[in-house]
Write a protein that binds this ligand. Structure first.
Ligand SMILES: [Zn+2]
Length: 168
């Protein structure tokens, strides 16, 4: 019930499709020049471009080093491992609200102010749709917070960025 009212106030930024296209073409990580690794998915982790989950044993994915701050705070990198589909996939639409595919396990919401300053998050393991919407609304109500990084609580990996919608 809360989802419909809050989706218009924030947007979900998945990986820039042009960055993914470069990695698919070169099999080299952006910024770091580390080789990217191609494998058949062994688990249903999410692709950071379409935010859909891999079909284990079926879909091929690319693992590489990625800095989720590369655009917003390029001088304060914090890289980590991520996966994308090996083949081109449909980028997640920012206005589609929080992806259902990410709401099946505990999530960590790290909210940042300028200079990559981590603002204390109200909850560290968000487990369901209502809690996701509540947490995003609470964090974005703080004008100091510029954006939120969503991570898997168990794996620690970066999943996507949540920010205020234009005009919100
Ligand atoms: Zn994908």
């Amino acid at each position: 019930m809360t989802a419909t009212t809050s989706t218009s106030r924030y947007c979900v930024a998945a990986m820039d499709p042009s960055v993914a296209a470069d990695v698919r073409a070169t099999l080299v990580a952006p910024d770091y020049d580390h080789p990217a690794y191609v494998e058949i998915a062994g688990d249903p982790a999410p692709c950071r471009v379409c935010l859909g989950r891999f079909e284990p044993g079926q879909e091929s994915r690319i693992l590489f080093t990625y800095d989720p701050f590369r655009v917003v705070e390029p001088e304060l990198p914090l890289p980590g491992p991520i996966f994308i589909h090996e083949d081109e996939c449909t980028p997640y639409a920012p206005s589609d609200g929080f992806p259902e595919s990410l709401t099946h396990g505990p999530l960590t919401f790290n909210a940042y102010a300028d200079d990559r300053r981590l603002v204390a998050a109200p909850r560290t393991a968000v487990e369901d749709r209502d809690a996701v919407e509540h947490t995003i609304a609470l964090l974005l109500a703080d004008p100091e917070i510029r954006y939120i990084h969503v991570r898997s609580t168990r794996a620690g990996c970066f999943l996507c960025q949540v920010e205020r919608a234009q005009g919100a």
